[in-house]
Design a protein around this ligand. Structure first.
Ligand SMILES: [Zn+2]
Length: 215
């Protein structure tokens, strides 16, 4: 059924987007962890610089130590600048990953709506098939007792093996196997009385003759 194919397509697309969503969420979690680690590094550098500043402000610090501290403060400031640039890049990457999570979530919601529509279309078609089957079963139950028991038995036997017990002969063609009758076979069909049960030479189904059989 096309309705089943549409539903399978929805599920396939949803599975693909779910995979992308998990990847994006993993990226967000990884970036968060990197950001925490970087922030902790920046904090350490800042604390060290503060300590150096306090030491330099104290009285009685030897000039040689002050010079060393000044040198360290400059290098710590440079280090902090580099780390803060990295942090900025990380935050931008996290925003991009976050945006992807939002896109994939929205996409899943759209597919979910499509899936619900496809499900109700499938249920409707299946319901119609069940209704039709019920009606045909009723017609069959009414018709069966009016037909010879051996014909019904033959019909059921062929139906069990090939799915279709009887086929219309339309324009000289068996609608069971779609082969056209010709030559001797056609002559035999023409010569056979209507009350005799005919079978297709090719597929062995019961051949049903009507005004459309082209005989
Ligand atoms: Zn046939």
């Amino acid at each position: 059924l096309p309705e089943l194919a549409a539903l399978a397509d929805c599920e396939k697309r949803a599975a693909a987007v779910r995979t992308q969503l998990v990847e994006a969420q993993t990226a967000v979690a990884d970036l968060d962890a990197e950001q925490r680690s970087l922030e902790s590094d920046i904090d350490t550098v800042r604390q060290r610089a503060d300590r150096d500043q306090r030491r330099m402000a104290a009285t009685g610090v030897p000039a040689k130590e002050t010079a060393g501290l000044q040198h360290e403060v400059v290098s710590l400031a440079r280090r902090q600048g580099i780390l803060e640039d990295e942090l900025l890049e990380l935050m931008e990457a996290r925003e991009a990953a976050d945006a992807q999570v939002v896109v994939f979530r929205a996409s899943l919601e759209v597919i979910d709506v499509e899936r619900k529509t496809a499900e109700s279309a499938r249920d409707q078609v299946l319901g119609e098939i069940i209704d039709t089957e019920g009606k045909l079963q009723l017609e069959r139950d009414e018709l069966s007792p009016t037909l010879p028991a051996d014909l019904i038995a033959l019909y059921n036997k062929i139906r069990q093996s090939s799915g279709v017990g009887a086929a219309m002969l339309r324009h000289r063609r068996c609608e069971g196997c779609h082969l056209e009758l010709a030559g001797n076979e056609l002559s035999v069909v023409r010569a056979t009385k209507p009350e005799i049960v005919l079978r297709c030479e090719n597929c062995r189904r019961i051949l049903v003759r009507t005004n459309e059989s082209g005989l």
